[in-house]
Write a protein that binds this ligand. Structure first.
Ligand SMILES: Cc1ncc(COP(=O)(O)O)c(C=O)c1O
Length: 473
C-alpha cells in the first residue's frame, strides 16, 4: 500500500454550480478512475482534509460517505481510508487525465519496458547495478548541507573536470572544465546552442536521413533546417555548399552517422571545418555513441581537429550509462564560455547535484572506463549474433548492412516492401522498429528498418525474433 502522493484536492470553487461535498467527491472519483489514485492507495483522513481545506467536517464526511457507498474507498480503522484494493476503474472519468504519450517523435519507443530491437538503449541487463548502488549509497551518505544548496547552472565542477579528462583520453578533445556545461540531455544541449548562437530564420544543415528530434526541435525554434544527403563518407558537404552556403550552422554525427552508421571521412571533416571557419558558422558535433566502434579503436572526435573554435561538442551519458539519468554535456570553444555561462544562468536552474555527484564518483573510481570497455566487447558480440540470427531467417527479404559501429543495425528491405508498414506490424506484435523513411526528409527514401541489437543476447534470440518478423512479411 502506498500513501497517495498528493491530495487531488486543490482549493475548491465557491462559484461552481455543485456544492463543495460534490466537488470533493468528483475529484476523488476522477482521480481513481484515471489511475492517479490506485487500489490500495491511502487517501487523506477526513480530519486532515477538513483542516487543509478549511471546510466543515460534515462536508468532507458527506463526500467520503458517498465514495464509500459507491465502493470507491474503504475505511480501515487505524490504517486510514484507502482506495478499495480490488477496484477496477470502470468508467471513463470526465476529468480523466490523458494517457502519457510516450515519445511521439520516436515511433516504437516505450517507457515501461525494454522492447525487442528498441533503439538507442544500452544493454540494461549487464549494467553494473550493484556497483552503482554502492557508489550511490556512499555518495548520499557523504552529502553535506552545502550539497543541498542550489546547484551551479553550469554543472557540478567535479563532474565537469572528470568529463574534460575523459574527453582528452577517449575522444582526443583538449578542453578545460570551464568549457564543459552539464545538461539534461541532447535536446537541452541543442536548445542552449540555439538560444546562444542562432536566431529565427537562420539556416542549419542537417543530415538526411537524420535523427528526427534534431529536426523537430530546431523547427519548433523557427530555425530553417536544410536537409543534406548522406553517402558512404557521411554528409555530402559539396551538396550543402551548393544548396545553402551561407547557413549559420551544421548539426552532424561524425562518428557513426545517425541512422546509417557510416563515419564521416577525413576530407569531409576538413571541408566542414573549412566552411565553418570561412563563414563564421558553427558545427554541432552530436557524439552520442562515438565509443562504440567495433572494427578499430574509436575515431577521434571531429572536435579534436577544431583549430579555430567552430565546433560545439554534444556528449551524453545515455548510451555509455543509461538514458534515465538525463545527463549530458556540451563542450564549447573558449571564446564562447562566457556567452554560454549567461545562457545557462538564464535558461537552466542546473541539474540534480546528487546524480552528478554519483556519476563523478563512478568515473573517478574507474567503473566508467571499465564499463565502456566491457560494453564495447559485448556489443561487438551481440551485433554479430543479432546480424547472423536475422540473416539466417530473413536473408532472402532484406540485406543487413555491416557498419563499423553504432548500437543498431540497418536492414534494407528487398523489392518494394514498405518499411513503415513492416515497422507498424512489428509494433503491433510487441517489437520495436523504426522505418528509415520516417528519418528521411523527402527525396528517395530507402526502405529499411532500424533495429537496436544491444539487448539481444544471443543468435538464438535473434532467430526467434526473426521468425516472428518473417510471419509478418
Ligand atoms: C542521434 C542521437 N543523438 C543524441 C542522442 C542522445 O539523446 P539524450 O542525451 O537526450 O538521451 C541520441 C539518443 O538516442 C541519438 O540517437
Amino acid at each position: 500500500m502506498t500513501v497517495a502522493k498528493a491530495s487531488p484536492i486543490s482549493p475548491l470553487d465557491p462559484a461552481a454550480a455543485s456544492p463543495f461535498y460534490r466537488q470533493i467527491y468528483d475529484r476523488f472519483r476522477n482521480a481513481i478512475a484515471s489511475g492517479v489514485l490506485k487500489p490500495g492507495d491511502r487517501i487523506p483522513s477526513a480530519r486532515a482534509l477538513t483542516r487543509e481545506l478549511g471546510l466543515a467536517r460534515g462536508t468532507i464526511e458527506a463526500a467520503y460517505s458517498l465514495l464509500a457507498a459507491e465502493g470507491y474507498i474503504v475505511a480501515r480503522g487505524q490504517a486510514g481510508t484507502i482506495v478499495t484494493p480490488d477496484l477496477k476503474p470502470r468508467m471513463p472519468a470526465s476529468g480523466a487525465l490523458p494517457e502519457p504519450r510516450g515519445n511521439a517523435a520516436a515511433p516504437g519507443t516505450r517507457f515501461d519496458a525494454v522492447l525487442p530491437f528498441q533503439m538507442g538503449l544500452p544493454a540494461l541487463d549487464v549494467f553494473p547495478r550493484k556497483i552503482w548502488a554502492r557508489v550511490a549509497a556512499r555518495t548520499v551518505r557523504a552529502m553535506q548541507p552545502s550539497d543541498m544548496n542550489h546547484p551551479s547552472a553550469s554543472g557540478l565542477h567535479e563532474l565537469r573536470t572528470e568529463i574534460a579528462a575523459y574527453l582528452q583520453v577517449s575522444r582526443g578533445i583538449n578542453c578545460a572544465p570551464s568549457q564543459v556545461f552539464i545538461t539534461s540531455g541532447y535536446r537541452h544541449t541543442l536548445e542552449l546552442v540555439t538560444y546562444a548562437l542562432l536566431k529565427p530564420g537562420d539556416k542549419v544543415w542537417l543530415e538526411n536521413p537524420g535523427y528526427p528530434p534534431t529536426r523537430e526541435l530546431l523547427g519548433k525554434m523557427n530555425i530553417a533546417t536544410v536537409p543534406v544527403r548522406v553517402d558512404d563518407a557521411g554528409i555530402v558537404v559539396a551538396d550543402a555548399l551548393r544548396s545553402a552556403p551561407r547557413a549559420r550552422a551544421a548539426v552532424v554525427t561524425p562518428a557513426h552517422q545517425s541512422p546509417l552508421c557510416v563515419s564521416l571521412s577525413l576530407p569531409r571533416r576538413l571541408a566542414l571545418l573549412d566552411w565553418a571557419t570561412r563563414n563564421d558558422a558553427w558545427i554541432v558535433e552530436d557524439d552520442y555513441d562515438g565509443e562504440y566502434r567495433y572494427v578499430s579503436r574509436p575515431l577521434p572526435a571531429l572536435k579534436s581537429l577544431d583549430r579555430d573554435g567552430r565546433v560545439l561538442y554534444a556528449g551524453t551519458f545515455s548510451k555509455v550509462l543509461f538514458p534515465a539519468l538525463r545527463l549530458a554535456y556540451l563542450v564549447v570553444p573558449p571564446a564562447l564560455v562566457e556567452r554560454f555561462g549567461q545562457i545557462v544562468d538564464a535558461f537552466s536552474g542546473g541539474g540534480p547535484n546528487l546524480t552528478q555527484a554519483i556519476v563523478t564518483a563512478f568515473i573517478k573510481e574507474g567503473h566508467f572506463a571499465r564499463h565502456i570497455q566491457r560494453m564495447r566487447k559485448l556489443y561487438a558480440q551481440r551485433r554479430e549474433a543479432a546480424a547472423a540470427g536475422l540473416a539466417g531467417v530473413l536473408g532472402k527479404h532484406m540485406q543487413i548492412e555491416a557498419q563499423p559501429g553504432g548500437m543498431h543495425l540497418v536492414l534494407r528491405l528487398n523489392g518494394r516492401r514498405s518499411d513503415r508498414r513492416l515497422a507498424a506490424r512489428m509494433e503491433e506484435q510487441g517489437m520495436s522498429a523504426h522505418a528509415l523513411t520516417d528519418w528521411t526528409v523527402k527525396g528517395d527514401a530507402v526502405s529499411a528498418l532500424l533495429v537496436g541489437f544491444t539487448n539481444i543476447d544471443s543468435e538464438c534470440a535473434a532467430e526467434q525474433l526473426a521468425t516472428r518478423i518473417l510471419k509478418l512479411l
